[in-house]
Ligand binder design. Structure first.
Ligand code: P6P
Length: 344
């Protein structure tokens, strides 16, 4: 780390001086980053912290609103984020992957102008096998005149986000953030206990030779996805004219962090198993924040048929098919879907 590496706090003060964030949003981001530090500590303890395994009593895992078994760390991470954000006066309400509905800030605290949505610990099925997981968050403005927000107040398109980020708990703990002026990475200095700016202006290469998809679902994909991936797998002998490599960590934060760092195409497409729900990944606190970060890094993000950030949310836990990463590769995947739909 060179002395020129500034802290997250200094970065945010400079963004405020430049008029790119206001004091309330700056406080919000600082509070979320401190919560992520606490989550990082809990994740890092693993078996030593008694926090591995499923949440629940008598061997019966709790099942969350997603129909997924909750991990102890899912519950703990959610509680850390709720407690950290309750009293600061920067939020009007919160929504979480782990909670059925959104929550207004408790009456005993002042309310602010923002809404915070988060997936407190994405990829948590990886925790017990020591693979990177992460926290994803999205920030919206609370609608004018709304003092006690309900779910409907959160249902804003991704273009309405004022900030988004994730914290990946891997070999390093890294916070990646956008406030709409580029995507920037901050690495946790564990000795000092502060996030330090390590990449100003992450940039995704336009082209790539790497894709991330769960290939075991191939037989369940729609025809255009079958055709698209089929052509990638043909490599230099096929219509794409180049060989591709594949990575799948099954932790969106880790896969997208790799793509923000070196390029690639991430996809969780529709398949016949999840089509009835609209897809696997959630729009409001997974696809939208990640799409904002990716676009701000020069990449693209789509449902395969439209720009992700322009999707109109129909519900807090709405699911969508996801394609994001290197712009030329996202465009290629979208092209296969457009060609298929044009013949339908
Ligand atoms: P699969 C983790 O559960 C998650 O929501 C994303 O982080 C990840 O990309 C995806 O699901 C993995 O899904 O079907 O490969 O286990």
């Amino acid at each position: 780390m060179t002395s020129s590496n500034i802290s997250l706090t200094q970065f945010l003060i400079e963004e405020q001086r430049a008029g790119r964030v206001n004091p309330q949003l700056r406080l919000l981001i600082e509070v979320v980053s401190r919560a992520c530090k606490r989550i990082s500590i809990a994740v890092g303890k693993g078996a030593l912290g008694g926090v591995l395994g499923d949440a629940g009593e008598g061997g019966q895992a709790n099942i969350n609103v997603q129909g997924e078994a909750q991990k102890k760390l899912d519950v703990l991470s959610n509680e850390i984020l709720l407690e950290a954000n309750a009293w600061g006066g920067h939020l009007a309400g919160l929504a979480s992957e782990e909670m059925d509905t959104s929550q207004p800030i408790p009456d005993k605290y002042p309310r602010g102008n923002y809404l915070l949505l988060f997936d407190p610990l994405d990829g948590s099925s990886n925790i017990d096998v020591n693979v990177s997981v992460g926290t994803i968050f999205s920030v919206l403005r609370c609608p004018e005149g709304v003092t006690s927000p309900t779910d409907a107040d959160f249902l804003q398109p991704g273009t309405a986000q004022v900030a988004a980020g994730y914290c990946v708990y891997g070999p390093q703990t890294t916070l990646v953030l956008t406030v709409g002026h580029g995507t920037h990475a901050f690495t946790l200095d564990r000795e000092a206990g502060s996030f330090v700016l390590t990449t100003r202006g992450m940039t995704i290469p336009q082209e790539t030779r790497e894709f991330a998809v769960n290939m075991s679902n191939q037989r369940f994909w729609e025809a255009p996805m079958q055709a698209y991936i089929g052509d990638l797998l043909k490599g230099s002998e096929g219509p794409r004219g180049k060989d591709f490599n594949m990575r799948w960590i099954a932790s969106m934060v880790a896969d997208v962090h790799r793509i923000l760092t070196r390029g690639g195409l991430f996809s969780y497409p529709l398949d016949s198993k999840c089509a009835a729900k609209g897809g696997k990944l959630r729009l409001m606190y997974e696809a939208n924040p990640m799409s904002f970060l990716v676009e701000q890094a020069g990449g693209a993000a789509s449902t395969g048929r439209m720009r992700m950030l322009e999707v109109t949310p129909s519900g807090l836990h709405m699911r969508v098919p996801v394609f994001m990463g290197s712009k030329a590769e996202v465009d290629a995947a979208v092209g296969y879907h457009q060609a298929h739909d044009a013949q339908a």
